[in-house]
Design a protein around this ligand. Structure first.
Ligand code: AMP
Ligand code: MG
Length: 411
């Protein structure tokens, strides 16, 4: 019987790469705003940052010690002044002279080396060099950055090191991409919120809290829109109520082919064009993605592992693309601890693994897409490409590490 619903036969499943291409390709850049440096960590830079100064801005001592001429290291040196960080030297260093100097202070003219204090002996205003390290211990003007150099690129993720660069280039605020606001809704008449009584046939809503946590970990603002009943009209009603403040709707459940799967029809009723429905991804076969003016929607299958994995590998890159950042998850290489086999290899599959410090990926006991407890013990997601049905013991594999974004520009 076919009442117009998809049955997700082989021919209807969009290959993984095409799914990614379609979803990422439909992103439109968000605007930009200025935020204070205190609020800039985790955001995406909306403009190139150019240095307004040379770094270091003067020849700077890297050590506490004595600035002198390298030609004079074998002679006793008379101390002519003390230069502290933050003040400029007053005297030039001539033959047989030195200045006591602190780390970060400007090196006096005439000096071409700073001998660290540990390598000297001082008596009666004179210094002898007891050990010659061969190092200048001077950070030279402009050796890190020149005035006008592009020090940060538009589209980069702002991490603590980028904050330091922004501060060093006199940034009080930073231009950042506006973040999309996520609207998280879970569908299903069987759902009870944690803390509520669970009567026969009901289960606890774990997807709502999980998605809120994933959004928070990604640094994205999210509003929880609650449990949506399995009835026609509920999805368009909810979208109508929330559309003024939500950019990306995320629904869990109700996207498949059951009699109570009202999400695809409801989204079409709300004016969304469905660009993906049915993906060669495991878990995630009924994945749905749609777009309408100024908003996007993901329909994730209700099983908690599907929600977890699809958010990590698809929703996150999409949200970063909206902000102009080429996000890709962190991946590590490890060796598989035992053979993995599967029946059929049409879909790109994902299973939970644990990583050991000596480079092994351990396959965990995993019962399928409802088994979120397996991921609670996992460090990463092992991807098995479509067409591959066996991974050998000891084989080198790539493991996706879920969690906060970490890579500077995704390139
Ligand atoms: P569905 O995609 O609506 O067919 O749901 C697939 C499976 O996921 C069913 O066993 C649901 O009970 C379960 N499920 C749906 N929504 C949630 C949720 N919010 N939390 C936990 N499990 C869910
Ligand atoms: Mg359902």
């Amino acid at each position: 019987m076919n009442d117009g619903k998809k049955n997700f036969g082989r021919g209807e499943l969009m290959p993984f790469d095409e799914v990614m291409g379609t979803i990422l390709g439909s992103a439109r850049p968000s605007g930009s705003e200025e935020v204070g440096l205190d609020d800039a960590a985790g955001r995406v830079l909306a403009a190139d940052i150019v240095s307004d100064i040379d770094m270091p801005p003067f020849d700077k001592s890297a050590m506490d010690g004595f600035a002198c001429r390298s030609a004079d290291l074998d002679c006793p040196l008379r101390i002519v002044e003390t230069v502290a960080a933050g003040s400029m030297p007053e005297k030039e260093i001539n033959e047989g002279e030195c200045a006591r100097i602190m780390t970060g202070a400007a090196v006096p003219r005439g000096a071409d080396i700073v001998v660290m204090v540990e390598d000297t002996e001082e008596a009666d205003g004179t210094v002898r060099i007891s050990r010659q390290s061969g190092r200048s211990n001077i950070c030279f003007l402009g050796e890190d950055v020149r005035t006008g150099d592009r020090v940060l690129e538009k589209g980069s993720l702002i991490r603590p090191a980028e904050i330091a660069v922004l501060a060093a280039t006199n940034g009080v605020t930073a231009p950042v991409a506006v973040r999309p606001v996520l609207g998280i809704a879970v569908t299903g008449d069987e759902l009870a919120e944690p803390g509520q009584p669970v009567s026969a046939g009901m289960i606890r809503n774990s997807n709502g809290p999980q998605l809120i946590a994933q959004a928070a970990e990604t640094g994205l603002p999210a509003e929880y829109l609650g449990i949506v009943p399995d009835e026609s009209g509920a999805v368009p009603d909810l979208i109508e109520r929330a559309s003024d403040r939500i950019d990306v709707f995320i629904f869990s459940g109700g996207v498949s082919m059951g009699d109570y799967d009202f999400v695809p029809g409801g989204l079409e009723e709300a004016g969304f064009e469905l660009l993906v429905h049915g993906a060669a991804i495991k878990p995630g076969r009924p994945l749905l993605f749609g777009r309408r003016e100024g908003a996007w929607v993901f329909g994730l299958p209700g099983n908690p592992v599907s929600v977890f994995v699809l958010f990590e590998i698809i929703v996150k890159p999409f949200c970063f693309r909206l902000m102009g950042h080429d996000y890709r998850p962190l991946e590590v290489t490890a060796r598989l601890d035992k053979e993995f086999t599967r029946k059929g290899a049409i879909r790109t599959a994902h299973v939970p693994v644990r990583l050991t410090p000596d480079g092994w990926a351990q396959l965990l006991d995993y019962h399928g897409s409802a088994h979120i407890h397996a991921y609670a013990r996992a460090d990463g997601i092992l991807r098995i490409p479509s067409g591959v049905d066996t991974l050998k013991e000891g084989e080198e594999v790539r493991v996706i590490i879920p969690g906060p974004p970490r890579l500077a520009d995704g390139k």
